[in-house]
Design a protein around this ligand. Structure first.
Ligand code: GUN
Ligand code: FE
Length: 422
C-alpha cells in the first residue's frame, strides 16, 4: 500500500524533503523493528520468498500517532459542560480523580483508555495519572500487558486542591521515587515527574521535583503552562518573586530536553526563547484549548523560536481521542490566527514532531531502520464521504488535508504494535 513517514520538520526544510512517500510501498519488519522501507518492487526482489507479506490497499500506512499530553483518569468525564479551566478543575476534575485511590478502578479505566487510544491509532502517549501512586501502578500494569511504549507519572500537588487529593512535599517525592525505581525503563515504560501545575505545588514541592530530575536524568518532566488567563494571573499572585509563569518552573530546574509543557497558549517571546534554549517541548492541545475557551496556540511564535512542539488530545478537557480530529481543530485554531497550517506539518506534529518532543527520535515516530514498528493503516474507503472526497484529490497534499478534516477513528483500519496487528 501507500506509505508515508517524515524525516524532518516541514517548516524547517523544503517540504518535499521533509517526508518519504511510496505509492506502492513496502515496510519490512524484523523482530518488531523496522528493517527497511521503500518501493515494493525494489525491496521485494531483495527479500527471500519465505517472508509473510500483508497487503493494505486503498489506504495509507504511517507511524502510529503520538499524543504528547493526555490524562487517563479523565477519560470518563470527557465533555463536562460549561466551565473554563479553574472552575472545570474544581467542579468536575478533582471529584473524578478521587476515585483513583482504588487501584482496581484505575486498572478498569486504564484498560478502556488504552483501547480508545489504540482504536484511534495512537501508539504512544505522555500520560497524567492522579495524585495516587496506585493510579500509575494501574496504568503501567495494563500498558505493559499490551506491550506499549508509554510514559506516565503520579501527580504532585500539595496545595490549592481538596484535602483528600493532597500529597506532601516528602510523600510526593518518596512515591515518585518508588515508582521510578519500579517502572522506569521496564520494557517500553518510562516515568514522568508530574507536578500538576504551579498553583497546586508549593515552591518546596517544585524544588523537590527538580531534585528527582537530577537524581534520574533520563526521566521526563510533565506539567501544564500558561493555558488560561485567570490561571496565569493566579500564578503571578502565588509566586510574586518569579518573572512570569515559566520562570516558576525554571527556578526549580524543571526545564530540559525531557520536559514537556502542556498548552503554552499565552507565552511571551522571552519564554519561547527559554524553552528553546533548554530544548524543552510544548504540547499543542487544540480541542482542549477550544473546549475550555483557553485560546488559540501561537504555532508561528513557537516555530520562530525553534521550540519543539508535539500534539496532544488533553482528554478530558480535550474532546476526542482521535489525533485526526485533533488536527482538524488544530487547523481551525491556526486559521483564526491567520496561519495556514500545512497538511504535512499537521501529520509531522502527530508523528515525528511528537517523537522529537519526547526525545524519542529514532525509536518511534518514523520508519528509520531500527525504529520500533508501531504503525497504523488509514483507510480511504472507511466512510462513503471520505471515499468520495479522496477520489477527487489530485495529489498527496490534498489527500492528507482531507484525511485531517474528515478523518477519525473510523478511518484507522489497523494498529500494529512492534509489528503485530492488534
Ligand atoms: N491544569 C492543571 N490541571 C489541569 C488538567 O487536569 N487539565 C488541563 N487542561 N489543565 C490543567
Ligand atoms: Fe492537561
Amino acid at each position: 500500500g501507500e506509505i508515508l513517514h517524515f524525516v524532518a520538520d516541514p517548516a524547517k526544510v523544503a517540504e518535499e524533503a521533509s517526508y518519504q512517500y511510496f505509492e506502492d510501498g513496502l515496510l519490512v519488519i524484523k523482530d518488531g523493528l523496522v528493517d527497511a522501507v521503500g518501493n515494493a518492487s525494489d525491496l521485494l526482489a531483495s527479500l527471500p520468498d519465505t517472508i509473510d507479506v500483508s497487503r493494505y490497499e486503498n489506504g495509507l500506512i504511517m507511524p502510529g500517532f503520538i499524543d504528547t499530553h493526555v490524562h487517563y483518569p479523565q477519560t470518563e468525564m470527557i465533555a463536562s459542560y460549561g466551565e473554563q479551566l479553574l472552575e472545570w478543575l474544581e467542579n468536575y476534575t478533582f471529584p473524578e480523580e478521587k476515585q483513583f485511590a482504588d487501584i482496581e478502578h484505575g486498572k478498569r479505566v486504564a484498560e478502556f483508555f488504552l483501547t480508545q487510544l489504540l482504536d484511534a491509532g495512537t501508539t504512544t502517549a505522555l500520560v497524567f495519572g492522579t495524585v495516587h501512586k496506585e493510579s500509575v501502578d494501574a496504568f503501567f500494569t495494563i500498558a505493559q500487558q499490551k506491550k506499549l511504549r508509554m510514559i506516565c507519572g503520579k501527580v504532585l500537588m500539595n496545595q490549592n486542591c481538596p484535602d483528600d487529593l493532597k500529597d506532601t512535599t516528602e510523600s510526593g517525592y518518596a512515591d515518585s521515587k518508588a515508582l521510578i525505581e519500579k517502572w522506569h525503563n521496564t520494557d517500553r515504560l518510562q516515568y514522568a515527574v508530574t507536578p500538576r501545575f504551579a498553583p497546586t505545588c508549593s515552591t518546596e514541592q517544585l524544588n523537590k521535583a527538580g531534585e528527582l530530575l537530577k537524581e534520574y536524568p533520563d526521566v521526563y518532566l510533565h506539567t501544564h503552562l500558561s493555558e488560561n488567563k485567570n490561571e496565569i494571573a493566579w500564578v503571578s499572585e502565588l509566586f510574586p518573586d518569579s518573572d512570569g509563569y515559566l520562570d516558576v518552573y525554571d527556578k526549580s530546574s524543571l526545564l530540559g530536553r525531557r520536559s514537556v509543557f502542556a498548552h503554552g497558549v499565552h507565552l511571551h517571546d522571552h519564554e519561547c526563547q527559554r524553552l528553546s534554549d533548554t530544548n524543552s517541548a510544548v504540547a499543542f492541545c487544540p480541542t482542549s484549548n477550544l473546549f475550555l475557551g483557553s485560546g488559540c496556540f501561537n504555532l508561528q511564535q513557537a516555530e520562530a523560536f525553534d521550540v519543539n512542539v508535539g500534539l496532544g488530545t488533553d482528554i478530558g478537557a480535550g474532546t476526542s481521542f482521535s489525533m485526526l480530529t485533533t488536527l482538524n481543530e488544530g487547523y481551525k485554531t491556526q486559521q483564526l490566527r491567520g496561519n495556514k497550517l500545512s497538511p504535512f506539518k499537521s501529520f509531522y506534529l502527530a508523528t515525528l514532531g511528537g517523537a522529537i518532543a519526547l526525545d524519542l527520535e529514532g525509536t518511534i515516530g518514523n520508519f528509520v531502520k531500527g525504529a520500533e514498528a508501531d504503525f497504523i493503516v488509514l483507510d480511504y474507503n472507511a466512510t462513503p464521504l471520505m471515499a468520495k472526497r479522496i477520489a477527487r484529490c489530485k495529489n498527496l497534499t490534498e489527500k492528507l488535508f482531507v484525511l485531517s478534516m474528515l478523518g477519525d477513528d473510523r478511518h484507522v483500519k489497523a494498529t500494529h504494535i512492534m509489528g503485530e496487528k492488534i
